[in-house]
Design a protein around this ligand. Structure first.
Ligand code: UDP
Length: 400
């Protein structure tokens, strides 16, 4: 940690006063907004003049960008030329508004595919970093063919893991930066037993019966159906078990969430012990933290996962997570040491059962989980990684 702080100090010295603007497409909901909420103030503390700009969208734009997101994560299908036009045209309007307002920072940091076309729309000579937060291990080739030229417009490219680096981009431009959680956010501060209890009661959970939980947007890649399947298998042996699925719908750029929620609600088929939460008025950030800290078993059964901050958050609270054996979850969970990696709902159910039956072992594993977050994913490392990418981009020597 001391090394990380020294690195931040060194980098800050050379970036004093640098004007940086981060751009993404939602102020709330999901991992990217969560990261920016902490990262931008930290970058200001480090001496840069950083801001966060949210690109306003319209449903027709977000319908396309959500599909793009799915295709980049490997979904089948294509986008029509009319859909690409909608994507580019919306970004062109945004670029024009920015130009008209005379906004011209030293460095732009664009996040995720929603904002990528801006890389080719800002004035020549702009310094641009593009950050990809999603799992692009096996992207849809048609979409990659369309987006690769845009990625090449950025001076620096940031991916969460080496295997996500899109084929055909020059290595020397690429940075690998897994995200990190902010331990000082209200949802990450260890809650008291009383507040955990109060949250459970408020959310209609029986505090005297075991609770399994997945905290994740209602999204096809998070496999909410698989979570319910595994719960049902456990329920056969442990009828008292309850399932709490938190997927508060806030992010404007994720329009599918309502459909997925509806589908999951049908799949839950009026089971009184399956609790679905999506209303931001009812579930706040401290409730998320309380569930992560207080549930008997935390699951993150994703079938694709750029990183999975929810896994880090739960591990930080001493929960050994049962996670899908994919993407960013793999670098966080060491199977059978600080959690479990699973490839199917049956395997997930088996691990849940074992954890519920042996709370002592689960607690011990939870301590290892918390320690691994402390060692591997401290916040100063994330800050240092971004400052480093910004410093490298401002050298301007790597343009092709
Ligand atoms: N989250 C939340 N409320 C919810 C579900 C998720 O606040 O009901 C937060 C969660 O705590 C995490 C973020 O949303 O900080 C999700 O990040 P992650 O990297 O796990 O997934 P993403 O949504 O970015 O795919």
């Amino acid at each position: 940690m001391a090394d990380q702080m020294d690195r931040v100090d060194d980098l800050s010295n050379s970036l004093k006063g640098a004007r940086v603007i981060h751009v993404n497409s939602t102020a709330v909901g999901g991992g990217v907004a969560g990261i920016l909420k902490s990262l931008v103030p930290m970058m200001n503390d480090a001496g840069t003049q950083s801001e966060w700009m949210v690109v306003e969208g319209v449903p027709e734009f977000f319908d396309v960008t959500k599909r793009l997101h799915n295709l980049l994560q490997g979904a089948e299908g294509t986008l029509s030329s009319e859909e690409y036009d909608r994507y580019y045209d919306h970004n062109a309007r945004v670029a024009k508004e920015i130009a008209d307002a005379g906004i011209n920072p030293d460095v732009w940091v664009l996040h995720d595919p929603q904002t990528l076309p801006l890389a080719s729309l800002f004035p020549a000579g702009s310094t641009i970093i593009w950050v990809c937060h999603i799992d692009t291990t096996v992207p849809n080739q048609q979409v990659i063919g369309q987006l690769r030229p845009l990625m090449r417009e950025a001076l620096r490219l940031v991916f969460s893991l080496p295997q996500y680096v899109v084929h055909g981009l020059e290595d020397k431009r690429v940075h690998i930066t897994p995200p990190a959680i902010d331990p000082l956010l209200p949802k990450n501060v260890e809650p008291s037993v009383e507040s955990v209890r109060a949250t459970f009661v408020k959310m209609g959970l029986d505090v005297n019966r075991p609770v399994m939980s997945q905290v994740s947007r209602f999204d096809l890649w998070k496999d909410p159906w698989g979570v319910i399947d595994a719960y049902r298998t456990v329920k056969k042996e442990m009828p008292e078990v309850q399932l709490a699925m938190l997927g508060v719908i806030e992010a404007e750029d994720a329009p599918e969430a309502f459909d997925v929620l509806e589908n999951v609600r049908n799949y839950a088929a009026n089971d009184k012990d399956i609790h679905l939460y999506a209303d931001p008025e009812l579930v706040g950030q401290t409730d998320v933290g309380a569930i992560q800290a207080g549930a008997d078993v935390i699951i993150q059964k994703s079938i694709r996962e750029g990183f999975g901050l929810t896994v880090t958050e739960a591990m930080w609270k001493g929960a050994p997570v049962i996670g899908g054996n994919v993407g960013g979850i793999r670098i966080q969970i060491e199977d059978e040491k600080n959690g479990y990696l699973v490839d199917s709902s049956d395997e997930c159910a088996g691990r849940r059962m074992a954890m519920l039956n042996d709370p002592e072992h689960t607690r011990e594993m939870g301590k290892v989980a918390r320690e691994s977050v402390r060692q591997k994913l401290p916040t100063p490392r994330l800050l240092g990684d971004y400052l480093f990418a910004i410093k490298e981009s401002t050298k301007g020597a790597l343009t092709t």
